[in-house]
Structures are given as C-alpha cells and as structure tokens.
Design a protein around this ligand. Structure first.
Ligand code: PMP
Length: 433
C-alpha cells in the first residue's frame, strides 16, 4: 500500500489538443513590464474608468431592490440585455433580430470566439486568419482540431513624405483567393484590426465576402473595436454585405464598447441556424456570464440608444477623446525618431522602429525578431513598455515584418504625459554627443 501511495504519476497528463499551443508570448512581456516599466503602453486596455452612467448602473444592479440580479439568469443572455442588443444591432445590421435566437451573451468576446471555433470547426478544417492577428485565434483554431491558414496584410509604400496609414496595409486579392479551398470552413475577420488599427474598406470587405460566398465559407467577424474609428472613417459590418448575413457571426463586447474590459460581457449576433451550435458549447461549458454585469450593460445600451447621433453619445465622445490621444502619442513617438502608422481605428498604434537598429545589441545565432529584442531593450533601458508586432504573426512569419512595435493609447492624460517625458528625455540623450 505504501508503495502505491508513493508512486508518482508517469502517464502523460496533457491532452493532445494542447500540444503546440502552450507557449504564450504575453506572459514574458507582462513580466518584463512589471519588472522594468515606468509607463506601460503594452497592456491593451484603458487605465481610465468606464462612464459614470455605466458604473452607476452596476451599483444599482447590485444594491437595488431586485435581489434576483445576484442569481443565475437565462443561460444565453440576461433577457434585458439580449432585448436591447437585438434592438441596437438590428438597426445596424438591417435585420429584424429575435433577442432569444439571434443574440447570445458570452464571457467577453474571448468566449464568443471560443464558442465559434468549438462549435463550427472540425478536425481537418481550415480557417483563414489575416496577419497580423489578435493572437488567440491561432490556438483556439488548433484546440478545435482545425488548421489555421494565414494570409498577410501587405504594406504598400505611401507617397514620399506622406505618413503611412493602417489603410496602406492591404490584402493581395490573388493571394487571398489562393487560400480558399475544399477544406476552408471559416475566415476570421477583425475590423477594426488589432494590432494595426486598420478599418477594412468596402472594396476589401466585398472581396472577402465574394470569396466566402463562392466557397460557401463562414465568417467569424470580431468587431470589438467597432466604435473606435477616427477621422470620419466608417466601420462597415461584413454581415450587411450581400450573401453574408446567413454565414456571419458578428462578435463584440462591453469591454471595448464601454471601456470596461474587466466586466467580461461580450456577445454574438447572427442567424439562429449558426448560433444554435454556439449555444450548445456555451451551455456545456460556461453556462452564463455574471447577471449584474449583464444588467448594467443593458442599462448602458439603453442610455446610449437614447443619445445616438447626439453630442453626448458616449460612443461618439470616446472616439473623439481617443483620436486626440492617438495624435498626441504619435507626436511623442515621432520626436524620438519612430515612424507611426496612423491607425484608422482601435486604441492601438503601431510604429516602425527600424531607426534604432544600432541601439539594440545584436543577438548572434538567435532567431528572435528585431522588434522583440527592441521592445525588451526599450522597457529595460527606457522604462517604456510596448508589444512587438511579431507577437501578432504565426511562427514562420514572425520575422517578415519584425521592425514594428504596438502601443496602446487608451490611457489617462497623466500616463501619456509620463510617456512623453520618457521620449523627450530619450531624444535629448540621442542629441547629446
Ligand atoms: N478580439 C480582439 C481583437 C481583442 O483585441 C480583444 C481584447 N484585447 C478581444 C477580442 C477580447 O475581448 P474581451 O475582453 O471582450 O473578451
């Protein structure tokens, strides 16, 4: 018996589906930032609070008369929330949405994505992912047994003296078409795109839509930054294009919409024929998202719906404020010699750092992309944290564009001021003989 008790487990414990997905670059960069950063523009979330009307709604939800808001609610979404989401997104999508069948609430957009891949992707299915991409798509496809197929956005050289914009990063139509085949089950679209801030134009979306229709492919459309678009640019929902409603799942979340990432309230909108399978995954895994948070988000949408198109619309205000922060950070980065790619949307800004090649020690024999070495050097030597763009590429493509880093500008004025101080000091050091 004692021998039995002492015996260590010798069988492999890890499920096969985790093979090759257990590495995560964020762990390393989060740790570096925690150790060295004075200013952290790496983490992709706001350091300012959600709007007062939303916070007050949460307080009312947890301290009000309705004590049922502390209990389980409907699995596929708290009734007041699915109702308002159906009303809100029905208008935007030009569809009559049934709150009980065309909307499902999830634990953030993250779980919405997970449900999509688990519910729709089989062993051997291919899923097209546009690079650079929000990094969880790749492991999620693999865990479902699928094979990610990557296609890059290719930067076009902008006119001399003209700043590069995220709009200059485009798909090559022939290259995109070549990725579609017999095994293609779905394409993941993320517009506005994290990390580049690219807002896909109508022509590009039409190209994607035509290929999806031609090859009978599903579209998983991650639109979490849908309200964060700048310079009068329009966010176009791919589900509104001909032939796309029936094959698209649109995903968004309160995290980005209301600057409340920690609440983890997200949702999917689409035809019931697709959502029914997401419901199966959801019911057998998470079951539902916190009731009080859902109640508060429902109130938030009610507030916003009453102010659509008006000056005090939160969505309009937030975009205005963020555009100012974007422009301010761009000026600070340019001062030190980085070349920003002007983002049309999101709260991320990618900058070319090739001008610093001689500052960063070589790493002979290492395959680590330059941007990754640069980001580590910058946080250790300057106290400023950012994320290398190569983190948003698949393994074999990490060196393709390894000269950019991503900053998040959803930050308080004081944080951006502190970043500017670092960059100004850096500039003076460079100027000194
Ligand atoms: N999609 C993209 C493109 C994101 O950037 C993020 C968050 N960084 C998510 C999804 C996840 O959203 P949530 O916090 O609502 O789970």
């Amino acid at each position: 018996l004692s021998l039995h008790l002492q015996a260590k487990m010798s069988r492999p414990v890890q499920a096969r589906r985790l093979e090759g997905v257990d590495q995560n670059i964020w762990v390393e960069f989060v740790k570096l930032a925690a150790t060295y950063a004075t200013v952290n523009l790496g983490q992709g979330f706001p350091d300012f609070p959600p709007p007062a009307f939303l916070r007050e709604a949460f307080v009312r939800a947890v301290s009000g008369e309705n004590h049922m808001l502390h209990q389980y609610t409907r699995a596929f979404g708290h009734p007041p929330l699915v109702k308002i989401l159906a009303e809100f997104f029905g208008k935007l999508l030009g569809q009559e949405l049934d709150p009980l069948n065309n909307v499902m609430v999830t634990v953030g957009a993250y779980q919405a994505l997970f449900c999509c891949f688990q519910a729709l992707v089989d062993e051997g299915d291919e899923v097209i992912i546009i690079e650079p991409f929000f990094d969880c798509y790749e492991p999620m496809v693999k865990m479902a047994g699928g094979t990610p197929v990557f296609v890059p956005l290719r930067p076009k050289v902008s006119g001399a003296g003209k700043p590069m914009s995220s709009a200059d990063w485009q798909l090559d139509p022939a290259e995109l078409a070549s990725k579609f085949g017999e095994r293609t089950k779905a394409l993941v679209l993320n517009s506005p795109n994290n990390p580049l801030g690219k807002v896909f134009g109508r022509g590009e979306l039409q190209l994607i839509a035509e290929l999806c229709v031609k090859h009978d492919v599903l579209c998983i459309s991650d639109e979490v930054y849908e309200w964060l678009v700048y310079d009068g640019k329009e966010h176009i929902r791919i589900a509104t294009l001909p032939g796309m409603w029936e094959r698209t799942i649109s995903i968004s979340s309160a995290g980005k919409t209301f600057s409340a990432t920690g609440w983890k309230v997200g949702w999917t909108v689409g035809p019931s024929r697709l959502l029914q399978h997401l419901r199966t995954v959801h019911q057998n895994s998470i079951y539902h998202c916190a009731t009080a948070a859902q109640e508060a988000v429902a109130m938030g949408f009610r507030w916003e719906l009453e102010r659509r198109g008006q000056a005090d619309s939160y969505f309009a205000q937030l975009a205005r404020e963020l555009q100012g922060k974007r422009d301010r950070l761009m000026r600070s980065l340019e001062a030190v010699g980085m070349t920003p790619i002007v983002p049309e949307g999101t709260y991320f800004l990618v900058a070319d750092v090739s001008a610093f090649a001689s500052d960063v020690p070589e790493a002979p024999g290492s395959h680590e992309p330059f941007d990754s070495r640069f980001a580590k050097w910058m946080v250790k030597n300057k106290g400023l944290a950012a994320i290398p763009l190569s983190a948003f590429y698949s393994g074999p493509h990490k060196n393709d564009y390894g000269r950019f880093i991503r900053f998040c500008f959803a930050k308080e004025e004081a944080t951006l001021e502190a970043a500017n101080d670092i960059l100004q000091k850096w500039k003076q050091e460079k100027a000194a003989p």
